[in-house]
Design a protein around this ligand. Structure first.
Ligand SMILES: CC(=O)SCCNC(=O)CCNC(=O)[C@H](O)C(C)(C)COP(=O)(O)OP(=O)(O)OC[C@H]1O[C@@H](n2cnc3c(N)ncnc32)[C@H](O)[C@@H]1OP(=O)(O)O
Ligand SMILES: O=C([O-])CC(=O)C(=O)O
Length: 372
């Protein structure tokens, strides 16, 4: 047997959801640049789940199903109120609360394809209400109900802030959701597929995926990027700070990717938004500092910025707390996780690779009473 550390380059499944071959990202064959420019997040969710773009009628009906399912069971709000939310990471809260949401879904163990779509709609819809409610409760505010007539991106910002966002903010946030929605067999998506390949339920798959996304080598990097920018604080400190990190053999968050070599095709969109939005809030330094770091790391290490790098200054400019960056990634990626879960169920086989045993062999057993 031969092993590949981190399963690099291993093709573990077939999928017709998204592709990242040749440093190009497509969802069901559509270029990410077109989807980011022209589509609502809901349109993209529909595309990922049904593997076709919706007609106007299909999209209207899908939008309605999403918005009418955004309400949270009152027990979930009560649950959120039982914790000291200022001391726990929102990703841990999200992971636990999504699991709890499963207990409120009467169809949790119904594996019928239509029941799975209904559950997917409920979970995707509740995800944005959940993150917004958490954020409000921990700041001592009442959670808000979704506002009729607002789309997913606009409703999230409304439920988070208590007032409607402006058009530039809504468009930027919608684009960020589209860009993060799916990404082939990344670590959290693989986790979701492994979990449901045992024929476990959809909530288990999403709960497991949230756990995998939380780590700083994956979705957790966006929060760490903002932490780094905040520590650097002034543009003239950026390069000395990065040089010191590299001397200490530390990784620069938001840089590098397992698959992309020339660049992450999502980064240029987020970079453009970062410029616009940091200017809008009168803090262009976050963008300028990011560009300095990106250029330096490219020169020194040949590493490209990934999706997490510029999303940090984008979310910061939208007034979002830094520890909500990864939950927002999860909110978007839930659409991709659900698409992969549905695809896995459609053509399932248990996922069970092998490990090459490299431990000791032929050991002589020594009873406990004789062990030194
Ligand atoms: C949504 C996402 O998940 S995108 C990724 C988000 N994660 C991050 O931004 C965290 C920072 N980046 C990284 O840790 C890595 O680039 C990963 C995890 C994304 C990909 O890693 P891998 O393909 O496993 O590469 P690996 O970690 O083995 O690195 C290969 C080499 O590049 C270096 N390297 C990779 N990324 C970085 C980085 N961000 N900063 C500095 N050096 C880096 C490593 O130190 C290593 O160098 P060495 O061979 O001299 O030891
Ligand atoms: O594909 C990966 O390994 C990580 C990534 O960029 C993503 O999940 O969006």
């Amino acid at each position: 047997m031969s092993t590949t550390k981190g399963l690099e380059g291993v093709i573990a499944t077939e999928s017709s959801i998204s592709s990242i071959s040749d440093d190009q990202l497509t969802y069901v064959g559509y270029q990410i640049d077109d989807l980011a420019e022209y589509c609502s997040f809901e349109e993209v969710i529909y595309l990922l789940w049904h593997k076709k773009l919706p007609t106007k009628t299909e999209l209207n009906s899908f939008n309605k199903s999403i918005s009418t399912n955004m309400f949270l069971p009152k027990e979930i709000i009560q649950h959120l109120n039982t914790y000291n939310l200022s001391t726990v990471h929102p990703m841990a809260v999200l992971r636990s609360t999504v699991s709890l949401l499963g207990l409120h879904d009467p169809e949790i163990d119904d594996m019928n394809a239509e029941a799975n779509i209904r559950k997917a709609i409920r979970l995707q819809a509740k995800m944005c209400a959940l993150i917004a409610a958490f954020s409000r409760i921990r700041s001592g505010k009442e959670p808000l109900s979704p506002k009729e007539g607002l789309g997913y991106a606009a409703n999230f910002l409304y439920m988070l802030r208590g007032e409607e966002a402006n058009q530039l903010e809504i468009e930027a946030f919608n684009k960020a959701l589209v860009l993060h929605a799916d990404h082939e067999l990344n670590a959290s998506t693989f986790t979701a597929r492994v979990c449901v390949a045992t024929l476990s339920d959809l909530y288990s798959g999403i709960t497991a995926a949230i756990g995998a996304l939380k780590g700083p080598l994956h979705g957790g990097a966006n929060e760490q990027v903002m932490r780094m920018l905040t520590e650097i604080c002034e543009i003239e400190h950026a390069i000395p700070y990065i040089k010191q990190k590299l001397n200490n053999k530390e990784k620069i968050m938001g840089m590098g990717h397992r698959v992309y070599r020339t660049g992450d095709p999502r980064a240029k969109h987020l970079k453009k938004m970062s410029k616009q939005l940091t200017e809008m809030i009168g803090q262009p330094k976050w963008y300028e500092m990011s560009v300095e770091i990106e250029t330096f790391i490219k020169q020194e290490k040949g590493l490209p910025a990934n999706v997490d790098f510029y999303s940090a200054s984008v979310y910061h400019s939208l007034g979002i707390s830094h520890d909500l960056f990864t939950p927002i990634f999860a909110m978007s990626r839930t659409s991709g996780w659900l698409a992969h879960i549905l695809e896995q169920y459609e053509n399932n086989r248990l996922i069970r690779p092998r490990a090459e045993y490299v431990g000791p062999i032929h050991q002589s057993f020594v009873p406990l009473t004789e062990r030194q």
